[in-house]
Design a protein around this ligand. Structure first.
Ligand code: NAD
Length: 332
């Protein structure tokens, strides 16, 4: 099986190498097709997301991606936004679950953050009106609102979940979130066996901090989703452990929630678990369910045993030692 591999930059090459090693040890023979993106690509091609990379994903359909830094102040648009828009990866899916061995204020968190990935403020449609005045466009379309809420309900249906919460700010952004909310209510009406709730995003933040266990599937606009994803990662152990997928109707790109972590890049200190778990989501996506479950079990055993863990997890190990443990804990 051929799958595109974008190492990215910063800690990207370190954590993706660890993920490839774990996947191989789990018994899945993937022929990784390397594609370039990030700071290195910007230097080599004058373009942080070269067209060849998009073409390779279009050809092979599925990719595992490390984090990429978009050079700031050099006129480049965000690589991740362009990737998501260019491949119409309209849904970001981030499962957030309490993990064994990680001490957090809450037990039994088990929720999914579904984020619209192509529109809203995060799309970065900005311009200068006159010097000193800039404008950002928050585009919401019925088509995109409808399909992301439908995606959230389908996720709920297929993963035995019973509550979808739509997060919005429709009282202030009456037109844009007003339309989104109207679409969400219409889609919810088609799923009478799944409970639907609608809450202002600020309210959701407070309730997540008080008791995240009462949420099940959360669905929201792009920028809200960016913020909530990191908040939810913090509830279960931080950016180093939460996986993610960007999904469309034709293509799928799996990547961690975290960025390129320039502060620890190249030091061998990065926690690879988020990318390893993103690779497990990829395995599930391509039908390698048993291997995906094996990788998830290895992660749980590694965290429980507390041997070789990286510093963000309270250990004194590094990327190599935690990867050794993950491979060992795959079992036979
Ligand atoms: P970041 O996620 O890179 O880092 C935030 C903090 O978390 C840092 O202290 C970092 O050391 C730590 N951290 C992150 N991942 C870790 C891991 N796997 N193991 C241990 N510690 C980890 O966020 P940032 O500093 O805001 O962003 C840095 C760069 O990454 C920016 O250029 C940003 O645009 C980019 N970014 C890329 C993606 C992506 O490619 N999907 C996502 C977010 C940010």
């Amino acid at each position: 099986m051929k799958v595109v591999l974008i190492e990215g930059d910063g800690i990207g090459p370190e954590v993706t190498a660890a993920a490839c090693r774990v996947v191989r040890a789990a018994g899945v023979d993937i022929d990784w097709v390397r594609a370039d993106a990030g700071l290195g690509a910007a230097e080599r091609y004058g373009e942080p997301l070269p067209e060849q990379t998009l073409d390779l994903i279009k050809h092979h359909r599925v990719a595992l991606k490390g984090p990429c830094t978009t050079p700031v102040g050099k006129g480049f648009r965000s690589i991740n936004v362009r990737l998501r828009q260019g491949l119409d990866l309209y849904a970001s899916l981030r499962p957030v679950r309490t993990l064994p061995g990680i001490k957090t204020p809450f037990e039994a968190v088990d929720l999914i953050v579904v984020r619209e990935n192509t529109e809203g403020l995060y799309a970065g449609l900005e311009h200068q009106v006159v010097p000193g005045v800039v404008e950002s466009l928050r585009v919401i379309t019925r088509t995109a609102a409808d399909r992301i809420v439908r995606f959230a309900f389908e996720q709920a249906r297929h993963s035995d979940r019973h509550l979808v919460t739509f997060c919005h700010k429709a009282d202030v952004m009456r037109l844009s979130d007003g339309l989104f909310l109207e679409c969400a209510r219409a889609v919810a009406d088609e799923y009478p066996f799944i409970r639907f709730d609608e809450k202002p995003i600020d309210n959701v933040c407070m309730e997540l901090a008080l008791d995240p266990t009462k949420f099940d599937v959360l669905v929201m606009e792009n920028l809200f989703g960016d913020v909530i994803s990191d908040l939810c990662a913090g509830l279960v152990g931080g950016l180093g452990v939460v996986p993610g997928a960007n999904l469309g109707t034709r293509y799928a790109v799996f990547e961690a929630v975290h960025g390129s972590a320039p502060d620890i890049a190249g030091k061998g200190l990065a926690n690879p678990i988020a990318v390893v778990r993103s690779a497990a989501m990829l395995l599930d996506h391509v039908g390698e369910r048993a291997a995906a479950a094996r990788v998830e079990r290895a992660v749980a055993r590694t965290l429980e045993a507390k041997v070789g863990l990286t510093r963000d997890l309270g250990g004194d190990g590094n990327t190599a030692s935690i990867t050794d443990q993950l491979v060992k804990n795959l079992g036979s």
